[in-house]
Design a protein. Structure first.
Length: 140
């Protein structure tokens, strides 16, 4: 029973952190001099400090290693994985650096992971997958 309560708390914690990162990156009308890259660096620090999630390392993992990495965190359920995919997608669509493709490919990988693990079809997820694929095709 205590372990179940712990897992529920961890799921909630991960959801809150990912939501906070998304809000920080895309939620407000901050100083336009603050670039998306600066915000991404701040978000990476938040993920690392709050939940020990290394986004830079995560972006370089292949599909199998991605799944292994996520499984280390008890709070990463399908909903939180999809939220992370949304954040990474938005970074990919908005970044001015040469890393946009890396972010979009990782987001696509996460959405596919969600499709494999989730028994429910999601129109929103499929729409996001299509948008990412279109952006990747235009970039190549």
């Amino acid at each position: 029973m205590q372990h179940e309560d712990y897992i529920i708390r961890e799921i909630g914690k991960f959801g809150l952190i990912i939501s906070a990162v998304r809000n920080m990156l895309f939620g407000g009308r901050d100083n336009p001099a603050i670039t998306i890259e600066n915000k991404v660096d701040e978000a990476k620090g938040m993920l690392l400090n709050e939940i020990n999630f290394d986004l830079d390392m995560f972006l370089h993992l292949n599909g199998e290693k991605t799944s292994e990495y996520l499984s280390r965190f008890e709070g990463f359920n399908i909903e939180n994985t999809e939220s992370l995919a949304k954040v990474i997608t938005e970074i990919g669509f908005n970044t001015q650096s040469g890393n946009a493709t890396k972010y979009l490919e990782k987001a696509l990988q996460l959405y596919r992971f969600c499709n494999l693990k989730d028994n429910t079809y999601s129109i929103e997820r499929e729409t996001n997958i299509t948008a990412i694929k279109n952006e990747l095709q235009q970039g190549n």
